[in-house]
Ligand binder design. Structure first.
Ligand SMILES: O=C1O[C@H](COP(=O)(O)O)[C@@H](O)[C@H](O)[C@H]1O
Length: 268
C-alpha cells in the first residue's frame, strides 16, 4: 500500500499500488465492518453499487472470508440500478449476483433487489417503501438527526465525470431531499433509465466507501477530494457531495486514480 489511513478533510485515503492490493484491503475493510455490525446490531445492511467495483469484491468469495463472514446476517441492497431485466448484461443486480452473491451463503430473502417488472418511477417508489418498512423494524438503522435510513455500509463507485450511484453532474436528482430513492430517465451514461439512492440517504450511512481506479478517474478524484474551489455549488461533481453527516468516509484509490491528488507524488 502506498498510503494507508491518511486522514483528510474529505475522509480517509487508502491508495494502492495494484488492483490486487486494493481489492485485498477493500474486502478486509468490508469484513471488519460486517463483524462489528453483526456484533453490535445482529445484522449487516450493505448497499452495493455496480460497475468496476464489483470485480474488486471477488476475494470475499474466497478463503478466509467465505468461511469467516457471517453471511446469514447480511442484508444486501442496491445504491442504484439500471431499468433493465435482471438477466440483462447492464443489470447491477446481475453483475453482483454473478460476481459475488451466488458464490457465498447468503439467505436469498435477505437480498433486496429492485423490481425489474416496473417502470423506473414505480420501481423507485416501491424500493423506497420497502426500505421504509425495514427502517421501522430497525433491520436498517435510522439516522440520529433525520428520519433517513442509516446503512451500515454504502459502497460507491465513481465515474470519470464524478458521478456516484446514478447521480450525475448537474442533474436535478442531486437536489432530491424528500425521497430516499428516486429515478431518472435521461442518464448521460447508458442505459438512460435508472433508480438511485438520493444524497440524504448516502450521507446518512454509518460508513461510505468510494472506490475509484484508473487514470480516467484521476481528475474527478482530484476535484472530489482536494481543497478545490468548485464555485458556488458542487453540483458539477456529485462525488464531492458525498459527505457523511456523522458516518465515516473512506476513499479506495489505485495509484492512477490518485495521480492528480495534491501533495501525492508517485515514482514512475
Ligand atoms: O453506471 C454506473 O457507474 C458507476 C461507476 O461505474 P464504473 O464502472 O466507472 O466503476 C457505478 O458506481 C454505478 O453503480 C453504475 O450504475
Amino acid at each position: 500500500m502506498f498510503f494507508s489511513g491518511v486522514q483528510t478533510s474529505r475522509g480517509e485515503l487508502r491508495i494502492h499500488e495494484s488492483l490486487d492490493d486494493l481489492s485485498a484491503d477493500l474486502v478486509e475493510y468490508i469484513s471488519e465492518l460486517s463483524d462489528a455490525s453483526v456484533k453490535e446490531r445482529g445484522v449487516f445492511a450493505i448497499a452495493l453499487s455496480g460497475g468496476s467495483l464489483i470485480g474488486l469484491l471477488g476475494k470475499l468469495c474466497e478463503v478466509p472470508y467465505n468461511k469467516t463472514i457471517d453471511w446469514a446476517k447480511w442484508y444486501v441492497f442496491w445504491v442504484d440500478e439500471r431499468v433493465v431485466a435482471k438477466s440483462h448484461a447492464d443489470s447491477n443486480y446481475k453483475l453482483a449476483k454473478d460476481g459475488l452473491l451466488s458464490k457465498v451463503p447468503l439467505i436469498p430473502s435477505h437480498v433486496h433487489s429492485i423490481n425489474d417488472c416496473l417502470s423506473a418511477e414505480e420501481a423507485a417508489s416501491e424500493y423506497d417503501f420497502g426500505i421504509r418498512q425495514l427502517v421501522k423494524t430497525r433491520l436498517i438503522s435510522v439516522s440520529d438527526i433525520s428520519d433517513c435510513p442509516k446503512f451500515d455500509l454504502i459502497l460507491l463507485g465513481m465515474g470519470p465525470d464524478g458521478h456516484v450511484a446514478s447521480l450525475f453532474p448537474n442533474h436535478s436528482a442531486l437536489g432530491v431531499e424528500d425521497e430516499w430513492v428516486t429515478f431518472i430517465t435521461d442518464s448521460p451514461k447508458p442505459p438512460p433509465e435508472r433508480i438511485t439512492f438520493t444524497l440524504p440517504v448516502i450521507n446518512s450511512a454509518s460508513n461510505v466507501a468510494v472506490v475509484a481506479t484508473g487514470g480516467a478517474k484521476a481528475e474527478a478524484a482530484h476535484l472530489a477530494i482536494d481543497d478545490v474551489d468548485m464555485g458556488p455549488t458542487s453540483l458539477a461533481l456529485p462525488a464531492r457531495l458525498v459527505q457523511p453527516t456523522t458516518g465515516k468516509l473512506v476513499w479506495f484509490l489505485d495509484n492512477q486514480a490518485a495521480s492528480k491528488l495534491d501533495g501525492i507524488q508517485f515514482s514512475a
